[in-house]
Design a protein around this ligand. Structure first.
Ligand code: C2E
Ligand code: MG
Ligand code: MG
Ligand code: MG
Length: 285
């Protein structure tokens, strides 16, 4: 009897798994169509020097303008393609679209560094540096050092030998690297030395709770100390209040990104935002 129900359970599990595989491949098909139909867009979130008010760049964040479902956030569709070759096609589109946007802003007199998020699978591709160089060559007006690639700590660490090589190649092309969501992976001092990393981005989960949680505060100040020791820049994500910014400035982290500063917005809104933004008085040096 137990055997019988066990068998049934396995049977049910199989068909549930089956359905999941089917719905994932359907989703992949829809994403592929969405890419051909130009349904993806980039929104941009400003990054600033909180002490001086200087705008240091923007982060490009993908959204899917779905014909029926409306504007979808990346978490709603990227996970189903992160292990699929499609992520490379989407990733190349993101870089190209960001470069086009930089050219358009430059024509309006706005010289703005842009960072884009890079999936692990993109970074593991042997030809990634060549692809990147080709995309940059299509936009000769863009200075490569104005493009920053945000890589998750976990993707950088995956097979660190080959990732380090690819990152070095990209670095020679002239782009900068940031380690995204820093503190959530297995940070080690050794790998920080081996990778051409310019910026550490402190994960927003630590920033969010650092005002009440002593251990999160320790992580935030630890990452800042690490950045200083390794001569890297450091930026905090998830600056959600004036108090967060104040505390970060006191700790020596002057760069910030978060809802208190600005939410991600369509590209067209960026120039006006840059014209009008001023930091809260509490932050000014
Ligand atoms: P991320 O790179 O860590 O980006 C920051 C995320 O935090 C963004 O969510 C942003 O909207 C959100 N955020 C910014 N400030 C605040 C804040 O003050 N409070 C809170 N609660 N959230 C804040 P989004 O746009 O939904 O993106 C989620 C993740 O999706 C990104 O995390 C990134 O890992 C991934 N992603 C986004 N665009 C791309 C892309 O073009 N390619 C790849 N491979 N991944 C992307
Ligand atoms: Mg990012
Ligand atoms: Mg992040
Ligand atoms: Mg994140």
């Amino acid at each position: 009897e137990a055997k019988q129900s066990g068998k049934n359970r396995f049977h049910m599990f199989d068909s549930a798994q089956d359905a999941e595989v089917k719905s994932r491949s359907l989703q992949q098909e829809l994403i592929s169509q969405g890419l051909s139909n130009h349904e993806f867009v980039l929104h941009y979130q400003p990054k600033v020097n909180m002490r001086t008010g200087a705008i240091v760049g923007v982060e490009a964040l993908i959204r899917w303008q779905h014909p029926e479902k409306g504007l979808l956030p990346p978490d709603a569709f990227l996970p189903s393609i992160e292990k699929h070759p499609l992520i490379e096609a989407v990733g190349a589109w993101v870089i190209d679209a960001a470069l086009q946007q930089m050219v358009a802003w430059k024509a309006q007199g706005l010289l703005l560094p842009v960072s884009v998020n890079i999936a692990a699978r993109q970074l593991q591709h042997q030809d990634f540096a060549q692809q990147l160089a080709a995309l940059l060559a299509n936009h000769p007006d863009v200075d490569a050092s104005h493009l920053e690639l945000e890589v998750l700590e976990t993707s950088a660490l995956d097979d660190i030998g080959s990732t380090a090589t690819i990152m070095q190649e990209c670095h020679r092309v002239g782009v900068r690297f940031a380690i995204d969501d820093f503190g959530t992976g297995y940070s080690s001092l050794t790998y920080l030395r081996r990778l051409p990393v310019d910026v550490l981005k402190i994960d927003r989960s630590f920033v969010r709770d650092m005002l009440d949680d002593q251990s999160d505060l320790s992580i935030v100040s630890g990452v800042i100390g690490l950045a200083v020791a390794f001569h890297r820049e450091v930026i905090a994500e998830g600056v959600e209040s004036v108090a967060h910014g104040q505390r970060l400035i006191e700790l020596g982290c002057h760069l910030g990104q978060g809802y208190e500063i600005a939410r991600p917005m369509p590209a067209e809104q960026i120039p006006a935002w840059c014209e009008t933004w001023a930091p809260p008085v509490e932050w000014i040096a």
